[in-house]
Design a binder for this molecule. Structure first.
Ligand code: NAD
Ligand code: IPM
Ligand code: MN
Length: 362
């Protein structure tokens, strides 16, 4: 029996609402699967915690998390705390502290009716973005000089180390080889004449080790256009931290919106726990109304199952989401329905339970 310890960080706004639904899915898996047993511990960290305690998480927060098998996070951010403080002291602190340098974001259209792209189908929009998740534009290096004077100058420095660049690109090549898919690098070497020239060079060097992997390289501006016009070009994408952030919101938009987009933050060497989360934020505009779409959070449970080598559960969850979308009766407002977060979550669990039970009795 696998006993898995999951740290829950609901965080802020709709993070709390959607995480609850994901936990219901985990509890369903626990109930059905005799080999899996989940233990949960919840951490009250986030902006409320900051307002009360002056910090986003405990000083030894990473120490408290380090022995968990996975971290499951809702969302972080509230108007009461500046975003750069709340995100750097919680979400980014975990990604960096646990060296989760791989961010896996699946861009998969599960139902044609959800894409705003004319004439594009499920076959056309089905790819994986592998985002560098530890350095680059998110190095946190910079300087604010002559503040408040006419001579004010602000620097935000990107850091691309050889180790950091090689490891993400190598990870992407390994994944492309394993899946027998093409690999597309997205960068911007024409304007970013240090960092992206270096990125492109490393991509070319490593590609020599993988003659079996077909490669493409696009500038990020053109790639943004192809995401919309010809998403079928992409199978596996590797890109930098910031480009990956932006492109995956675009990817979410062509597959049904942020309410369906999930991300896994992984340290592939498994020296530290991974973190699973929807890629959306705390959505202050709809928080507290019970109308947030829980499917992104639930999709991240599927990614968690894959990480735990429980691929069947991943498939069951994704197929259940597909059925729920097709059925169309329990959709939240962002998808044109009227359901509450909890109603969508409950229906998903019904579908999942039925699907697994039917499969077992075969
Ligand atoms: P957001 O993702 O919170 O919301 C953008 C839009 O998408 C809003 O209109 C929102 O209502 C909608 N939306 C997002 N998730 C949804 C869901 N599950 N169901 C239905 N609608 C959904 O982005 P934002 O408004 O730019 O940021 C709000 C706060 O969240 C900020 O503090 C930001 O820094 C933070 N943020 C956190 C994370 C994270 O924790 N991973 C990610 C992005 C933004
Ligand atoms: C995401 C988010 C974060 C990021 C923010 C909240 C720091 O937008 O996970 O996509 O930029 O990585
Ligand atoms: Mn983002």
């Amino acid at each position: 029996m696998k006993r898995l310890k999951i740290a829950l960080i609901p965080g802020d706004g709709i993070g709390k609402e959607v995480l609850q639904e994901g936990v219901k899915v985990l509890k369903t898996i626990d109930k059905i699967d005799n080999n899996l047993f989940f233990e949960f511990e919840e951490f009250p960290w986030g902006c409320d915690y900051y307002v009360k305690n002056g910090k986003m998480m405990d000083d030894n927060g990473l120490e408290q998390l380090k022995d968990f098998d996975a971290i499951y996070l809702g969302a972080v951010g509230h108007p009461s705390v500046p975003d750069h403080v709340s995100l750097w002291d919680l979400l980014l602190k975990i990604r960096k502290g646990f060296d989760q340098y791989v961010n896996l974001r699946e861009i998969t259209l599960l139902n044609q009716s959800l894409t705003p792209l004319k004439d594009k189908s499920e076959e056309d929009i089905d790819f994986l973005v592998i985002r560098e998740n530890s350095e680059g534009e998110y190095a946190g290096v910079g300087e604010w000089m002559n503040k408040g004077t006419p001579e004010e100058v602000v620097l935000q420095t990107s850091v691309f180390s050889r180790k950091g660049t090689e490891r993400i690109i190598r990870y992407a090549f390994e994944e492309a080889r394993r899946q027998k898919k093409s690999l597309t690098s997205i960068s911007k070497g024409n304007a970013l004449n240090y960092s992206m020239v270096f990125w492109d060079q490393v991509f070319n060097e490593i590609s020599q080790e993988y003659p079996d992997v077909k490669t493409y390289s696009y500038l990020v501006d053109a790639a943004s256009m192809y995401f919309i016009k010809e998403p079928e070009r992409f199978e596996i994408v590797v890109t930098t931290n910031l480009f990956g952030d932006i492109l995956t919101d675009l990817g979410a938009a062509i597959t049904g919106g942020l309410g369906l987009a999930a991300g896994a933050n992984i340290n592939p060497e498994r020296q530290f726990p991974p973190m699973f989360e929807p890629i959306h934020g705390s959505a202050p505009d709809i928080a507290g109304k019970g109308i947030a779409n829980p499917l992104a959070a639930i999709w991240s449970v599927a990614q968690m199952m894959e990480y735990f080598h429980e691929g069947n559960w991943k498939d069951y969850i994704i197929e259940s989401i597909r059925v729920l979308l097709k059925e169309g009766r329990y959709l939240t407002r962002d998808l044109g329905g009227k359901s509450l977060t909890t109603e969508t979550g409950d229906r998903l669990i019904e579908i999942l339970t039925q699907m697994v039970t039917e499969n077992k009795s075969k």
